[in-house]
Every structure is written in C-alpha cells, then in structure tokens.
Write a protein that binds this ligand. Structure first.
Ligand SMILES: [Zn+2]
Length: 249
C-alpha cells in the first residue's frame, strides 16, 4: 500500500517560496534623515536571570521617518490619513515596478519623468486604481554608506543632499492613476536637492502614502507581484517603520 503525503500546507493562500523581503534592517547603520536622531536600541536585560532562566528584553526609540518606513498622507497634507487611518486594503495590492537605474547611474540627481511612467504602461498596461507603484533607482546598493546614499554624511546637513527622486510632473501623472501608495529605494520621494518637497505634497495631498528606503526591488518583475506593506500602527502617526514583503507571481 502506498501512502501519498500532500506537501501543500493546509489553508495557506500564499506560496511561501515566493516571498521577498524589501526591508532594510533597523540597526546602528540604518540611514535616517540628517535632522533626525538615529535609531536607538538598548538592551535592558540580556542573559541568565537570577532565577536561572534565560531572559532578554530591549527598548528601541526611532523617528517615524528613518530606515525603511511609510509616510502617511498627513505627513505633507493637512486633514489626510494618519498611519492608524490608512485602510488595511490600501497596504496590500499589486506592485508596479518602474526602473530608472541607468538614468540614475548617469545622473545622481535624476527625477522620474512622465515618459518613464508612459514607457512602463506601453509594455504592461495602464497603472490601476489601488496599485502600489515602486520606483527602482538602484540606490539601495549604496546602503548603508551614508555619503554615497545621501550625498552627505554630516549630521544636520540637508543643504548638500544628492540622490534621485520623483519629479513633480511624474507625481501628477501618478495621482491621475489613483495608486494606493508610491515607494522608492532612496531616502525620499522627492530628490535630495528638493527644498519644497513638492512631490510629497502632490502625492500626500491625494491621500497617497509613501514608502521610502525600500530595498531588493531588483528581485521583482515589472508587473505581477503582490505587495504587503504593514507599518507599525501608530494611532495618529505621520508615518512609521514598515516591514514590506512582496509575493512573486
Ligand atoms: Zn518619510
């Protein structure tokens, strides 16, 4: 008699062999905005307790806007959603990956253009309502080298920041497609030289959240993956640390 053992896990809707982590680790090297305090993680207890059992516990403190994190719409738009208000179904959706790696190698201050979006749509169809659009500049290869990633490694120095981002015109095109969120593998939706954060204001103004310091985008196809981006549920948060996972098609 032959017993057939089914290897498929019971009740799992997700193929666990197809998960990709798009998140940088939070540690001493994690890159934060030059004006933000760095990520802090202190061990409160670490080792054998007096009673003889193993016990560890630590305390962390963090800006809402450092490392791989979410920007809530309220970050740059009065009256729009805070972190606790973003509906769960907006944080899970089809991933659109628009690659501009070569342009960013030529110009570290490259701005995503409407033509980059239109080029993607020619191949894969129009970006749909509720999609999560990810801009792949290739910048995460510089992580955690602050000088290469940000253009400056001086604490407090925002004047000499230099890295690629999303141009205002491209942001307006994205808004017209009604995505749930827009992410990028740099420190900001706006490029490093921005002084007015216009792209943040355009996207957040349309109640679209941001994902910043995303990584491993080269492991995703241009279309077909599903994104799951779950921030820490800070009730009135302007953003927060987020674990981003893609499920490959
Ligand atoms: Zn942010």
């Amino acid at each position: 008699m032959t017993v057939v053992v089914c290897a498929q896990p019971r009740g799992s809707a997700i193929d666990r062999g197809k998960l990709v982590d798009l998140t940088h680790a939070y540690n001493e090297q994690a890159i934060y905005w030059p004006t933000s305090p760095p990520f802090k993680w202190n061990k409160d207890a670490w080792g054998k307790s007096e009673a003889g059992y193993w016990y560890t516990s630590a305390t962390f403190t963090t800006s809402e806007h450092g490392g791989t994190h979410l920007d809530s719409p309220i970050h740059f738009a009065e009256g729009k959603w805070n972190t606790g208000e973003i509906p769960l179904e907006r944080l899970i959706g089809p991933a659109v990956v628009i690659e501009v790696t070569a342009a960013c190698v030529r110009d570290r201050n490259y701005l995503l253009k409407p033509a980059d979006i239109e080029e993607w749509e020619k191949r894969h169809g129009r970006i749909g309502e509720g999609d999560i659009v990810l801009i792949r500049t290739g910048w995460s290869r510089h992580w955690p080298n602050r000088m290469a990633y940000m253009g400056s490694d001086k604490p407090g120095d925002t004047a000499s920041l230099s890295f690629p981002g999303i141009g205002a015109e491209a942001a307006r095109v994205l808004v017209s497609r009604k995505p749930a969120g827009v992410g990028i593998d740099t420190a900001s939706l706006d490029y490093g030289r921005s002084k007015d954060f216009l792209t943040h204001r355009i996207l957040n103004g349309a109640n679209i959240y941001g994902l910043e310091n995303v990584t491993n985008l080269e492991r995703l196809p241009a279309a077909g993956a599903t994104l799951i981006a779950l921030p820490m549920k800070i009730q009135e948060g302007t953003g927060g640390p987020v674990r981003i996972v893609a499920v490959l098609p």
